[in-house]
Design a protein around this ligand. Structure first.
Ligand code: SF4
Ligand code: SF4
Length: 472
């Protein structure tokens, strides 16, 4: 085929548009083209890689020279380059049409503004968010439920939070029971799923009964071995938490763990990958969520960005390498990246705070997420007084939409825009404002590493089938 005849100005302009969605990556042996819109990864030979590099650098003369040979050799590449883009390119992200049902994915209810621990890194000022210690009252809880029940057709998940929510177990019973009665009386309503996040130091027969009765999923916080956990969360906590986990296991209750990784781990020479192995070996948990500590960069427990990148890359590599083995371990970042790539499902929001997630304080104040709880700058309204400060909500929502839907110019040109995710609460704690993006460099580095290292996994149908099974 006489390829040269194709290079008319219209085709060149299509190629220019298409090129904006391709991202080139290489390591010492491998060369890839990543299609950022279709989330597909194509391995190239060095010559073709160099050819695409020239085009990305704006050298279109190369099309009319013999160096365009890769296109002769592989018609699918020609098609890739010259296919008419389906919409304006680069598309920021494909946001689906709003669902007809008004659904809130997660409502976080702070049933306790008190805590029995004093963790070193607590972002909630030892559980009370700078307010007086308090527990949510039953009347307040019912008013909150009434407010959100009226506002939403369905709430998918209600998460009991604190402070330490298990300091107020009767309130869990009140809320679950109240919701059960409400949904029984209304055939159009479904009962939400329930979950709770606990420091794992409180357990009783009453609590076990509740967990079982309402099938409440429990997330237990534990930061590592005895020395690490007791250092970060207080002396004696490790044994109590392990006791709770044993009880949950014995009663076959659904639970997961969350560990906070800090500079202290690093000083003790425990990497993220080591921590994953520790939880697998001691608790039998394959999938784990181990976020970095949310503290200002000047805090003694903070971890410099380059070290976070190296730790996360090691954890991703460890997760991918273990996938063929029965003893696999997988961190939550690798899980999300694999899901995006295998199921071709873009991550629509950078963070769900204020969009798919809302949180409500002990007094009924509404905030975008627990990371903003009791912060007057982020108060959206009050569920008890039935007041949703619409002007504030819309001002905040606009700001959030800009950040969360990846519509900034930088995002529009970023290869990670279809699958990046972060936490605006964490970003806010780190930088003190909402619009700075401290996470981007880190995320781009770890996702490039992921893309470069997942091709062997994705090339093996048996492993892909296994990932389907694990992550579906
Ligand atoms: S258990 Fe949670 S709320 Fe309590 S001090 Fe620790 S981090 Fe803070
Ligand atoms: S990594 Fe940063 S720049 Fe890239 S899409 Fe995500 S938020 Fe935007």
């Amino acid at each position: 085929m006489a390829v040269n005849k194709l290079w008319n100005p219209l085709t060149i302009s299509i190629i220019k548009k298409n090129l904006t969605k391709f991202h080139l990556l290489q390591d010492q042996q491998n060369y890839f083209l990543f299609d950022t819109e279709n989330l597909s990864l194509l391995q190239l030979d060095p010559l073709t890689y160099a050819f695409f590099g020239e085009l990305k650098n704006g050298n279109f003369d190369i099309l009319t020279r013999s160096a365009s040979a890769p296109l002769h050799a592989d018609p699918s590449l020609l098609k890739l380059l010259t296919a008419e883009p389906s919409s304006e390119s680069p598309s920021p992200i494909n946001i689906p049409a709003p669902a007809t049902k008004n659904v809130l994915e997660r409502l976080i209810i702070h049933i306790s503004n008190s805590c029995n621990l004093k963790c070193r890194y607590c972002y909630a000022q030892q559980g009370n968010y700078g307010q007086a210690n308090s527990l949510m009252q039953p009347e307040t809880a019912c008013q909150i439920i009434d407010f959100f029940d009226k506002k939403y057709d369905h709430i998918q998940n209600i998460q009991f939070f604190g402070g330490e929510p298990l300091l107020n177990p009767s309130l869990i019973s009140t809320i679950c029971h109240y919701l059960e009665a409400k949904t029984a009386a209304n055939p159009h309503k479904d009962l939400p799923r329930f979950s709770l996040v606990t420091n794992g130091t409180i357990i009783s027969a009453e609590i076990l009964h509740l967990l079982k009765k309402y099938q409440i999923h429990v997330t237990v916080s534990i930061d590592g071995n005895l020395a690490i956990t007791d250092y970060l969360r207080g002396k004696g906590t490790y044994h109590k938490i392990m006791g709770t986990i044993k009880t949950l296991t014995t009663h076959q209750l659904s639970f997961s763990i969350e560990a906070t990784y800090t500079r202290h781990h690093l000083e003790q020479k425990i990497s993220l990958a080591n921590l994953m192995d520790y939880f697998y070996e001691n608790l039998g948990l394959h999938q784990q969520h181990i976020p970095f500590v949310a503290v200002p960069l000047t805090d003694s427990l903070a971890i410099p960005e380059e070290i976070r990148i190296a730790l996360s890359q090691e954890a991703i590599g460890h997760s991918l390498n273990s996938l063929k083995s029965k003893r696999y371990v997988m961190d939550s970042t690798t899980q999300r990246l694999l899901k995006a790539l295998i199921f071709k499902k873009p991550t629509l929001l950078y963070c769900s705070a204020g969009a798919a997630t809302l949180c409500v304080s002990c007094q009924g104040d509404i905030y975008p997420c627990f990371m903003f709880n009791e912060n007057p700058a982020f108060l959206l309204g009050n569920a008890v007084t039935n007041d949703l400060a619409n002007s504030k909500l819309s001002r905040f929502s606009n700001q959030l939409r800009e950040v969360n839907t990846k519509k900034t110019t930088e995002c529009q040109h970023c290869f990670a825009r279809q699958f990046c995710f972060g936490c605006i609460g964490n970003d806010y704690i780190t930088t003190g404002n909402l619009t700075e993006r401290p996470h981007c460099h880190y995320f781009k580095q770890i996702s490039e590493f992921f893309l470069l290292n997942c091709h062997k996994i994705l090339a093996d149908p048996l492993t892909v089938a296994r990932i389907y099974q694990l992550l579906a």
